[in-house]
Design a protein around this ligand. Structure first.
Ligand SMILES: C[S@@+](CC[C@H](N)C(=O)[O-])C[C@H]1O[C@@H](n2cnc3c(N)ncnc32)[C@H](O)[C@@H]1O
Length: 223
């Protein structure tokens, strides 16, 4: 999968070079390019923001540099995404849907956002991380890239995804590692029993119990 991220703050994307996503890039399962929108500005000072018509607080990202930056990466099969508090909600299902695309282009808004005409010029999927307002689209893009890239074939082994929270509509069961006893707290015996059938049964029960306790809404969706 290829991902282009268009931003005014390319240096914010260093974390994508680390850990599982970084390794998948090294193995060429993923190609992630960070594109500096400022390089496309025709303004002599490379300015990419201006005051909103009609007045009001803050600055807006101007359309020319955004338009040219998108044009430089957009292909027939590209899917354009604009992280926005006004978009549809990002969930594990949306991550799965995006992980099946060939080419994603994330357009990071900043300041008060972007000139609205951008959405008339391109077909853009607006996606929100939740009902709160962040400073820019950089962190939400990184969150979405991380979540969807884990689901791309070859990035993680299939087994580690199967039981993960939301993959079957439930939260994952609790997990433990060595030592089996710590400050008087013991690991549930069944996990030390070596009986895989019993372990699976216990995990299924715990997964359901935890979902009932913490996220009843997920159980309703499962019906
Ligand atoms: C300060 S916000 C602009 C908010 C905008 N003026 C509004 O009230 O809807 C700047 C940028 O951060 C990103 N952003 C902020 N909150 C977000 C959220 N909850 N989900 C996704 N992106 C978000 C968007 O790209 C947005 O254009």
């Amino acid at each position: 999968m290829k991902i282009d991220i268009l931003t005014l703050f390319p240096q914010m994307f260093a974390p994508l070079k680390e850990s599982i996503i970084g390794r998948a890039v090294d193995k060429k399962i993923l190609e992630i390019n960070v594109v500096d929108i400022r390089e496309f500005s025709k303004d002599k000072h490379k300015k990419c923001d201006d005051y909103p018509f009609g007045g009001g607080a803050g600055m807006l990202m101007t359309i020319q540099s955004l338009y040219d930056a998108i044009k430089s990466v957009n292909r027939e099969k590209s899917k354009l995404i604009f992280p926005s508090p006004q978009g549809r909600l990002f969930t594990q299902n949306v991550a799965k849907e995006l992980s099946e695309e060939e080419h994603l282009v994330f357009i990071c808004g900043h300041y008060e956002g972007v000139d609205e005409r951008l959405f008339s010029l391109f077909e853009i999927d607006e996606i929100s991380l939740g009902d709160f307002v962040l400073t820019g689209g950089e962190l939400p893009s990184m969150v979405m890239v991380d979540a969807l890239c884990r689901l791309v074939d070859g990035v993680l082994n299939k087994e580690s995804l199967e039981s993960e929270s939301f993959s079957n509509g439930l939260l994952e069961y609790p997990q433990y590692t060595r030592p089996s006893s710590f400050m008087g707290l013991e690991v549930p015996e069944v996990l030390l029993s070596g009986n895989h059938e019993e372990v699976n049964k216990w995990r299924a029960e715990q997964s359901l119990k935890r979902t009932k306790e913490r996220r009843k809404d997920l159980l309703k969706k499962k019906k």
